[in-house]
Write a protein that binds this ligand. Sequence first.
Ligand SMILES: *Cc1c(COP(=O)(O)O)cnc(C)c1O
Length: 424
Amino acid sequence: MQKKPFITKEQAQNIIKKFPTPFHIYDEAGIRNNVSALKKAFSWNKGFKEYFAVKANPNPFLINILREYGCGCDCSSKAELQIAKTVGALGEDIMFSSNDTPADEFKLCAELGGIINLDDITHIKTVEAVCGALPETMSCRYNPGGVFKLSNGIMDNPGDAKYGMTHEQIIKAFKIMKEKGVKNFGIHSFLCSNTVTNEYYPMLAKILFELAVEVKEKVGVNISFINLSGGVGIPYKPGQQANDIAVIGNGVKAAFEEVLVPHGLGSVKIFTELGRFMTGPFGALVTTAINEKHTYKEYIGVDASAANLMRPAMYGAYHHITVLGKENAKAEYKYDITGSLCENNDKFAIDRLLPKIDMGDILYIHDTGAHGFSMGYNYNGKLRSAELLLCGDNSVKLIRRAETEKDYFATFDCFDFYEKLIGD
Ligand SMILES: *Cc1c(COP(=O)(O)O)cnc(C)c1O
C-alpha cells in the first residue's frame, strides 16, 4: 500500500501562514470513517463498545468525535480520568485499565462511576479500603504468561510483561470478588502490541472466551463483558497490508459462536480499548527543513524533534516521510532526518532514501495520530507543538495551542526569579 498524505503542499503552505511548523495535524474525515468501520465490524455483538485509549491521543476535541459514535474512554491515570469527565464520559463510559495504581485514583474512578479493571489481585483490598466496598461491576486483567506468537512471525512476551494476573490469581480474584458482592465481571487482556495481522484479536478472543467458560464453571459468576484491549496495529511502512477490521470482527464472531454461545454466554458484551488503530494513521507531524549538513553522512535538520515524536528515538520505530510537493520525485538521496536535541538518537529517519530536500521544504511525517504528541516531552527545553484538526469541510481548527516558554517555566512561578525567566 502506498502511503499518501492527507494534505497537499499548497494546503500545508496555507496552514503554515497561520500556524508555524512544527505541528501535528489530524484528519477528521479519516477518524470518522474508521470508527464507523469498527462499529460495523462488531455490530453482531449487541453490547459492543470501544473505549478509546486516551493515552494514545488525549485531545478532548478528538475524543469528542469518537464520543459521537458511542466510544467511551480507557484511562489509566488521574489526568486521563479528568479528561474523560470533561468530555462527559462518566459511569460505564469509563474503563480504568491502570497498573501500579495509586489508591486515590481508584477512588476517583469509583466516584465517576467508571469500571475498575484490576491489574493485580492485591488491589482488591486497596479498592475495598478506599471505596468502602467493591463496586458491583469490575474487571480483571489476565496475563497467560509464556510467549504469544502469531503466524506471520509477530510475537510478544506476556511472561515478561508487568501487566495482569496469572491464571491461578485471576480465578482466585474472581472468587474473592464474588464473596465481596461484585455482581458483573469482566475479563481483559493485552498480549501483543501493534499487530498488523487480522489474526490477533480472534486468537486473543478465543483465549479469553475459554477463560470465561472456565470462570463461569469454577466460580459461578456472571461474565458480562470481555475486553480485548488494544493492540490492533497500523501499517507504518509502505507495502505493509493494513488490517481489515471487518475480517477481524468476523474472526472474533466465529470464536464467540464456537466457545461462548454453546456455554450460554451468548450475551457477553465485547469491549475494545483501541488507541493506535483509532487515530494513528489520521495524524501527521508537519515540519520544515531548516538545516542541511554534509559530514560523514548527509543530514537534514528539521524544526521538530523527538520531543514532538518520540517513537523513532525510543523504539527505532519507522515513520514514513513525504516531502510535500515532491511526492512523485525519485527517492535517490540518502539522508538522516534529525531534530535539534543534544541526543544522537534524535532522528526521524536514518539512511532514508528521499527526493532531494531543499531548505524550506515541508516534511510530512506519517502516522503520528497515536502515541505521537502524547509521548512528547520537554528535554533541552523543547516545547510541545500545536495540534490542528483538518475538519470535514477542509477548514483547519486549532485544537491545542503550542507551548510557550511561559508554560515551560510555569512550575517556577512560586520563586522570585520567575519574572526574570519569562521576561516580557
Ligand atoms: C496502551 C493501551 C491500550 C491501547 O493500545 P494501542 O496499541 O494503542 O491500541 C489499550 N489498553 C491498555 C490497557 C493500554 O495500556
